[in-house]
Design a binder for this molecule. Structure first.
Ligand code: NAP
Length: 308
């Protein structure tokens, strides 16, 4: 741990990659630490139709690669390591990874969110064998088969539309009688003949012996219980912010998202947060990259102030 970086960015999704790109342009010595793959969860999204500059839409993987290439074009030092601990000591940030330790004068934390689970019978048991949180990864296993998507938000609808292009039938199980997803997605959805929405219903258990054979659901209005014969269940019931490593250094809102001011500054000087892990009104790729740029600018100003 000899080198002290000006800035460490934890998380290589759109927010982190943009933070690095801007920080490098400000002339900062930057280290990007990513656990798995640059691009983040957009790599798992089939299509992105609302990122400005791509009027025809773009695949999530392609956009993730372009953001990563743009970041690396500025010679951003990058390591693949899983961060286990973050501490702030005497004005420095010490990052303990699985393989190495790292040190910096400022930190931008961009770890995003992870999918919420349902906590119903069969969810754990059939995970990877009929239960999935990623249609782009697993849809091929259900080609020409019937599947269920749980949830009524943007993710559920985007992924249901993708699944409908491969699967024979897609049931959307939603707990209310109105979708949360934006209108443009709902308009696309109604055009898909092989998608059926099951309103006012919640999943009770995922049924099967060796493989998934059905989903038991309950109508929350009538209390009626029904069984749908499906081979796969895709769960999109929202996200949980990944704050575990910094929760002692920041303030969180009632849902666990990190509070920042408009410069992305947290309650610890020099610690900035960008992207979906932050409390904000609108979680989109475009707002994540915006956060990343602002956080990098704020880190630059913070470091300039330290020199005075
Ligand atoms: P979300 O907007 O929080 O929607 C979660 C959905 O799951 C809601 O419909 C919710 O029902 C339902 N739900 C929650 N808990 C449930 C439970 N225990 N049982 C059954 N249903 C449950 O989450 P998201 O769709 O993953 O989206 C996360 C963020 O990413 C949002 O800000 C979204 O706009 C953004 N996003 C944007 C795009 C895009 O612009 N193309 C794509 C994907 C995601 P209720 O509606 O009744 O609460």
């Amino acid at each position: 741990m000899d080198k002290i970086f000006d800035l460490i960015v934890v998380g290589g999704g759109p927010a982190g990659l943009t933070a690095c790109l801007y920080a490098r342009r400000f002339g900062l010595e930057v280290l990007l630490i990513e656990k798995l793959t640059l691009g983040g969860t957009i790599n798992l999204t089939d299509r992105v139709d609302n990122y400005p500059g791509f009027p025809e839409g773009i695949s999530g993987k392609e956009l993730g690669n372009l953001l990563a290439d743009h970041c690396l074009a500025y010679d951003t030092e990058t390591v693949y390591d899983e961060v286990k601990r973050v501490t702030a000591e005497n004005g420095f940030f010490i990052i303990t990874g699985e393989y190495n330790n790292y040190q910096s004068k400022s930190l931008i934390y961009c770890t995003g969110t992870k999918p919420k689970t349902l906590g119903i019978a069969g969810e754990d048991r059939f995970f990877g064998k009929g239960v999935s949180f990623c249609a782009a990864c697993d849809a091929y296993m259900f080609k020409d088969k019937e599947v269920a998507v749980i949830g009524g938000g943007d993710s559920a609808v985007v992924e249901a539309i993708y699944l409908a292009s491969l699967c024979s039938k897609v049931y959307i199980i939603h707990r209310r009688n109105q979708l949360r997803a934006v209108k443009s997605l709902q308009d696309k959805l109604v055009k898909m003949e092989n998608i059926s929405i099951v309103w006012n219903s919640i999943p009770l258990r995922i049924v099967g012996e060796k493989e998934v054979t059905g989903l038991e659901i309950k109508n929350v209005k009538t209390e009626e219980i029904a069984s749908i014969p499906i081979k796969g269940v895709f769960i999109y019931v929202g996200e949980t912010p990944q704050t575990e490593l910094v929760k002692n250094l920041v303030n969180l809102d009632e849902n666990g998202y990190i509070l920042t001011d408009e410069s992305m500054q947290t309650s610890t000087p020099g610690l900035f947060v960008a992207g979906d892990v932050r409390k904000k009104p609108f979680r989109q790729i475009v707002t994540a990259v915006s956060d990343g740029a602002i956080a990098a600018f704020s880190a630059y100003l913070y470091l300039e102030e330290l020199k005075r």
